[in-house]
Design a protein around this ligand. Structure first.
Ligand SMILES: [Fe+2]
Length: 382
């Protein structure tokens, strides 16, 4: 056994879990103190009927101009428009009801409101140096974990790139995990988001910034998703609130794990593919997860042996095979890039490798990957 190395663990948001808990949102002290609450959501959430109970619960403290126009891969320009409007109206708290794009857009709105500059200019690590308006996150998918993290990812469509933000001030003030909100989630979204959650857990487990607290969270997320069968049970019986709750807690735990242990090469590759082709984030992670695990295996033996124990595999190769079956069997993520990104040409792969090489998630990958190594993985998956 190796000694525990020095580490720092980043705290995550306070959390409340339980079927129906979002109905009590108005009783939360944090929101009792706010007089003008901006709700950020998207049209899918509205169409699913999830917004109305929240609106009723907030009563006259709701800022009337609800932002229900968040798009997949939250948009920097949209964030700037909503933030300017909210600041002028005196908004003093933000409530995000939705998946990762909604929660990250809400984080962007809080940033732009506090700093008074375009959100694209705030990209980077620890750039904020100021407290933001309190953000309450109510996730309606079970993958991103953004409700727990100090991260946000937004798409700058003018620049054609994803902007990545890492700042302690982005940790939400409160997360409400209500599995009743996700029983209607379509199977494709359930699968892609579960694969994103698993990727968070596995990248945190082996990251250069891994630490015992994040490892405990990551392994429990893996246990819920794989041996406990949270995804398989959610797919077999979509209204199984217990199975949905397990997926939701797994995603949250994995979010907590990456918030302190950070990510790795899989996310670096997924970011550039998502920016180039709008492939759903979880699908992009699923494409690259197994080859990245194989590449990292020699540098992550201890971490992957813990994974093997958790998924009841005899060794590291067996653990990677279990992950392969989860991603491509249970979740049904394709194995070939050209099947998920039909607009992409093979000649573009070197450009993707170049962009992934400078992605801020790459430096914490446990094994070195240069542009050539990233290109090899992209070509393996072509
Ligand atoms: Fe992710």
């Amino acid at each position: 056994m190796s000694a525990i190395r020095p580490f720092q663990h980043t705290p995550s948001s306070p959390v409340v879990f339980g079927a129906g808990c979002s109905a009590g949102i108005v009783d939360k002290t944090l929101l009792k103190r706010a007089s003008k609450i901006l709700v950020v959501t998207d049209r899918g959430v509205v169409a699913a009927g999830l917004l109305d109970p929240i609106v009723k619960a907030l009563g006259d403290r709701l800022h009337p101009a609800i932002d229900d126009a968040v798009v997949p891969d939250g948009d920097c320009a949209h964030v700037d428009v909503v933030a300017a409007r909210a600041k002028a109206a005196g908004v003093d708290a933000v409530l995000a009801l939705g998946g990762g794009s909604v929660m990250d857009s809400a984080k962007g709105i809080c940033m732009a409101m506090a700093k008074g500059v375009p959100v694209s200019t705030l990209e980077g690590v620890a750039t904020l140096r100021t407290k933001l308006a309190p953000l309450v996150c109510v996730p309606t998918t079970t993958g991103t974990g953004s409700e727990a993290t100090q991260f946000a990812v937004l798409m700058d469509r003018q620049a054609g790139k994803k902007r990545i933000y890492v700042d302690q001030n982005l940790v939400p003030a409160l997360a409400l995990l209500d599995p009743a909100l996700v029983v209607g989630l379509p199977a494709s979204v359930t699968c892609a988001t579960a694969v994103d959650a698993l990727t968070h857990a596995l990248e945190a487990l082996a990251s250069k910034m891994r630490n015992p607290l994040a490892t405990a969270q990551a392994l429990e997320a893996v246990r819920l998703l794989i041996p406990s069968g949270a995804l398989a049970r959610s797919l077999a019986k979509p209204d199984d609130v217990d199975a949905r709750g397990d997926c939701m807690v797994a995603a949250h735990l994995a979010g907590r794990a990456v918030s302190s242990a950070m990510l790795g090469a899989c996310h670096a590759l997924a970011h550039v593919l998502g920016a180039r082709c709008a492939v759903p984030h979880g699908v992009a992670n699923g494409l690259f997860l197994v080859p990245v695990l194989r590449h990292n295996a020699s540098k992550s033996i201890g971490a992957y042996q813990r994974l093997a124990q958790t998924v009841n595999a005899v060794d590291v190769d067996g653990a990677i095979a279990v992950v392969d079956e989860f991603v491509h069997g249970v979740a049904g993520i394709p194995r070939r890039l050209r099947d998920v990104a039909p607009g992409l040409a093979q000649e573009e792969l070197p450009l993707l490798a170049k962009a992934a090489f400078v992605d801020p998630d790459l430096p914490t990958n446990p094994a070195v990957l240069d542009e050539a190594g990233l290109l090899t993985i992209l070509r393996q998956r072509w």
